[in-house]
Design a protein around this ligand. Structure first.
Ligand SMILES: [Cu+2]
Length: 109
C-alpha cells in the first residue's frame, strides 16, 4: 500500500514538473538597451529559464517550462515593456515612452 502511494506521488510530481521547451520568435528592437529590456521582460515570466535576443536578426530564443508558461505569455510580457513581437503589439503609449535610440517603428510623416 505504501509503495503504491509512493509511486502515485512520484508520477504526480513528474507531471507537474513539466518539460523544457524551446521557442524563438521575432521581437522588434534596435540597440543594447533593447536587448536588456527584452531579455529582462522574458525572464520575468515564471517558468522562463533562458532568453537571448539577437540584435542583428531580431530573433529572441527562449527556453521555458511548458507546464508554467507558453510562447504567447512570454510575447505578451515583452509587448508590455514596449517591444512588438510576432503576435502582440506594444501599445503606443508604452512605445512612445521608450528612449529615442530604441524607437524601431518607421516614423510617421
Ligand atoms: Cu534600444
Amino acid at each position: 500500500m505504501l509503495i503504491m502511494t509512493v509511486i502515485l506521488l512520484a508520477a504526480g510530481l513528474n507531471l507537474s514538473a513539466g518539460t523544457v521547451k524551446k521557442a524563438s520568435f521575432k521581437v522588434n528592437g534596435n540597440c543594447g538597451m533593447c536587448k536588456t529590456r527584452i531579455e529582462k521582460a522574458a525572464k520575468s515570466v515564471t517558468g522562463v529559464t533562458t532568453a537571448d535576443w539577437n540584435q542583428s536578426t531580431k530573433v529572441l530564443a527562449v527556453s521555458y517550462n511548458e507546464a508554467k508558461t507558453n510562447s504567447d505569455q512570454i510575447q505578451k510580457a515583452i509587448a508590455k515593456v514596449g517591444h512588438d513581437t510576432e503576435k502582440f503589439k506594444a501599445d503606443d503609449k508604452t512605445y512612445n515612452a521608450l528612449p529615442g535610440c530604441c524607437k524601431y517603428r518607421p516614423k510617421a510623416k
